[in-house]
Design a protein around this ligand. Structure first.
Ligand code: GLY
Length: 568
């Protein structure tokens, strides 16, 4: 109640850098950097953010809005939004309780350790990314239904309906989408039995309407039959038919047995803030905790933002965290991972004891540590907060852009190519250049290791920040940078999200940085310290929300994509 009164007192002062509509208390705001009073959704597409907002304004809570946004993204963001893939959702309810739903895909029961290797023992290129064999058993539908049943307030039918309408009536594609649909035209034609909705005779242009009638019918079956609308009945028949056509492995038993699971979130403390993130089978939460734990004792603020000293420190912490990931991280239902040991502050201090302030270490010499107790970048993240103070951070993916590019014929959705996130051959890099070990080897029914890092930050026990990003292996370091940009460098959420980024992931042994992120003198000095430096295209695309002390909700939608914040 107090929060609500403060909000009303502040109404006059509210400004949004976006478009404002509606009247008085129900004013809605839309843009990349808006401030609102009651609730907000920040996602990778204007349509999905609007649908999430609509559900909030109907009285739905953050989980209702998140589920509506997730299904909407499956329609308007087919590059990564999906019902044929999976993800992780982190929830913090208004009383501070936290929970995670893991709806990561699983290896089919017929999968085997060396299924992507030829008779010569080498990886057969493209098998784990471009074929029916690349698809893990999808988890999104089971995850959404389960999380909604536990936390949702509105009727499920009401929550999924806007996505159905969007698929049936169509939506105008953005400029970026027109480009990526055109870039993938040949893939869509070559890999599919029938020409899918993603292909147009002429080239796509910004504003062209993309209608997906098959997908609308699949979503209707989910609306009417719940889990059975996807994992059995007509949709399951269509998936199995697609598997037979392309010699894929997903079976009736896989679909029947797939289960998303609730897991305990990971937490770590950093400079008076509590960071809450997702556990294995995503490595994201552990990586962020490890990197923060290693740099905790250093005054990066005094050293200056993107100074030689701070970039060197962070890169060295990241190098060590990713080396640990390669050795230890895997599906906790299959391998024993020393999670507490890896996040232990004493372990992290020891792990960083060989840090040299003046010289880069060599990844070839930095192996994994010994903790006690013995783990294309197209993913999409959205952040939600509601009028009750519940918050959701969710990241979902098909893995590569448009996943495997294979559309389940008649069902209108894309299959993931998530199997590539396993170590297809331990020691051989995947599409992100990540090296994995035995812990992440393929096994029937096992979940492939992820880097997704939907995260929530508390300040003095109160909800403070909701953030996450796509970007494959760059996700944890992107989320980490948003956190230190706010905590250490006092940036507002929009600056924290938009400013330049860099990362090190142990192997390849180099610092990648966005163009114009580091000045040329800094780059030169880092090279003199022994770092290989490589500039690259944009890293990640963050959707974040900050809750200010006075209760204002501020959205930060990354300038790097079509991201939009909608609030009221
Ligand atoms: N497919 C990217 C990830 O899960 O990290």
């Amino acid at each position: 109640m107090i929060r609500y009164l403060i909000l009303l007192l502040n109404v006059v002062a509210i400004t949004g850098c976006g478009v404002k509509s509606g009247s008085s208390d129900q004013d809605t705001f839309e843009g990349r950097n808006i401030t609102a009073l009651h609730g907000m959704v920040v996602s990778a597409h204007p349509q999905s953010s609007r649908i999430g907002l609509l559900i909030l304004q109907k009285g739905g809570n953050a989980i209702d809005a998140a589920v509506a946004t997730e299904f909407a993204l499956a329609v308007c963001g087919p590059e990564a939004g999906n019902i044929g893939g999976g993800g992780f959702m982190l929830i913090r309810t208004s009383d501070g309780t936290t929970d995670v739903i893991d709806y990561r895909e699983k290896a089919p029961l017929l999968a085997s350790r060396d299924m992507y290797l030829g008779t010569d023992g080498n990886v057969i290129e493209g098998l784990s990314t471009d074929t029916h064999l690349s698809a893990g058993v999808p988890g999104t539908v089971d995850g959404m239904i389960k999380v909604h049943a536990k936390y949702g307030k509105l009727n499920f039918k009401e929550v999924i309906q806007p996505a159905i309408d969007l698929a049936r009536k169509g939506f105008p594609v953005t400029k970026g989408q027109a480009r990526s649909l055109n870039d993938n035209k040949e893939y869509f034609i070559n890999k599919n039995l029938k020409i899918p909705a993603f292909v147009k005779d002429s080239l796509w242009k910004e504003g062209d309407l993309l209608k997906q009638p098959d997908l609308a019918e699949t979503l209707e079956r989910i609306r009417d039959n719940g889990r059975d609308g996807f994992y059995s009945g007509k949709t399951a028949e269509l998936i199995l038919k697609e598997m037979i056509r392309g010699k894929g492995l997903i079976s009736e038993q896989d679909l029947n047995e797939y289960k998303s699971v609730f897991r305990k979130p990971l937490t770590t403390d950093y400079k008076g803030f509590r960071i809450i993130s997702v556990p294995l089978p995503s490595s994201g939460g552990i990586l962020v905790a490890q990197i923060l734990g290693m740099i905790d004792q250093y005054s990066i603020k005094e050293w200056g933002f993107h100074s030689v000293k701070s970039v060197h420190l962070i890169a060295e912490a990241e190098r060590r965290a990713f080396a640990d990931r390669a050795k230890y991280a895997g599906d906790p239902d299959f391998v024993n991972v020393p999670v507490a040991g890896l996040m232990n502050k004493k372990y992290l201090t020891g792990r960083f004891a060989d840090f040299d302030e003046n010289t880069a270490s060599l990844s070839s010499e930095v192996g994994a540590g010994s903790p006690e107790g013995y783990e294309s970048e197209e993913t999409t993240h959205y952040s939600v907060v509601d009028q009750f103070g519940n918050a959701v951070a969710a990241t979902t993916t098909l893995n590569n852009i448009f996943g495997s590019s294979i559309v389940v014929d008649g069902a209108g959705f894309l299959l993931n190519d998530q199997m590539d996130d396993f170590s297809v051959k331990p020691g051989v890099p995947n599409m992100y250049g990540l090296i994995g070990g035995e812990a992440n080897a393929i096994a029937p029914g096992k979940r492939m290791l992820s880097s997704m890092t939907p995260s929530i930050v508390e300040k003095e026990g109160k909800l403070f920040l909701i953030a996450g990003s796509p970007g494959g292996s760059t996700i944890p370091t992107t989320v980490f940078q948003v956190i230190i940009n706010v905590v250490d460098y006092n940036m507002n959420i929009k600056e924290a999200v938009d400013t330049g980024r860099f990362y090190h992931q142990w192997l390849p042994d180099r610092i990648y940085f966005e163009q114009n992120c580091l000045d040329s003198l800094t780059v030169k000095e880092l090279m003199l310290m022994g770092h290989e430096m490589r500039s690259r295209p944009p890293i990640g695309s963050v959707n974040a929300i900050q809750i200010k002390l006075n209760g204002e909700i501020v959205g930060g939608a990354d300038k790097r994509g079509d991201n939009v914040a909608c609030g009221y």
